[in-house]
Design a protein around this ligand. Structure first.
Ligand SMILES: [Zn+2]
Length: 218
């Protein structure tokens, strides 16, 4: 079904090894073709898994999510390019922190890594208004129109909840400050955990245009 994308990295490594021994461009080209095909196969199977979810993510972000992979703990990750292993681990850390705090509150629904899907989209900005590294995604302002968040019809968000079933988040690509990735996952994940474990608190805290932020769960 879903084949982790890092398999592709393994193939690339093998190409590099083979190249040393073989040194013929034809072998390299042939192997590259195999890599390309395997990446496409992965993308196709991902689309077949949940085409509506992928389509929604692409609509919201304007990106094309050609790749699917999995974190070491089993979170499904869609991305435009192969995510670094460190980034995947940062996603896991965010969920681990989220589950830990949720457990302290006695929650038990949607507490497995495999319950979650994360889309890593292109950042629409990499610095915030103060010049700090802050890869964020631009999304339509909607209920945030006219608030301090409003940038003229859109807002910048570090992350957003894309869907509840399956539980899906969108975050932005990061090349550093991976602690921020963990935080975004942990914070946006709160909305999903609350939705399934404390609907009243979810309702009160879901819309930040009415004030409030993260963390919701201490
Ligand atoms: Zn939030």
């Amino acid at each position: 079904m879903m084949k982790p994308v890092h398999d592709t990295g393994f193939v690339v490594l093998r190409i590099m090894k083979l190249r040393r021994f073989n040194n013929t461009a034809r072998v390299l080209l042939l192997l590259l073709t195999v890599v390309t095909f395997s990446v496409q196969a992965v993308a196709r199977s991902s689309r077949a898994t949940n085409p509506a979810l992928v389509a929604r993510a692409e609509q919201v972000t304007g990106d094309r999510f050609a790749l699917v992979t999995m974190t070491p703990q089993g979170v499904t990750v869609f991305a435009r390019t192969v995510p670094r292993a460190e980034l995947l681990k940062a996603i896991d850390r965010g969920f681990a922190d989220l589950f830990a705090v949720a457990e302290r509150h006695g929650y038990h629904n949607r507490m497995r890594f495999a319950d979650y899907t994360v889309f890593i989209g292109r950042a629409d900005r990499v610095k915030d208004s103060r010049g700090q590294y802050s890869p964020d995604i631009a999304i339509p302002a909607q209920q945030y129109a006219g608030t301090d968040y409003d940038q003229g019809g859109f807002i910048y968000a570090a992350g957003l909840v894309l869907a509840f079933n399956p539980c899906a988040l969108v975050i932005a690509e990061h090349d550093r400050d991976l602690g921020r990735v963990s935080n975004v996952v942990r914070f946006e994940g709160e909305h999903l955990i609350l939705y399934y474990n404390d609907r009243a608190l979810y309702e009160r805290t879901a819309d930040h245009s009415r004030g409030g932020g993260h963390p919701i769960l201490q």
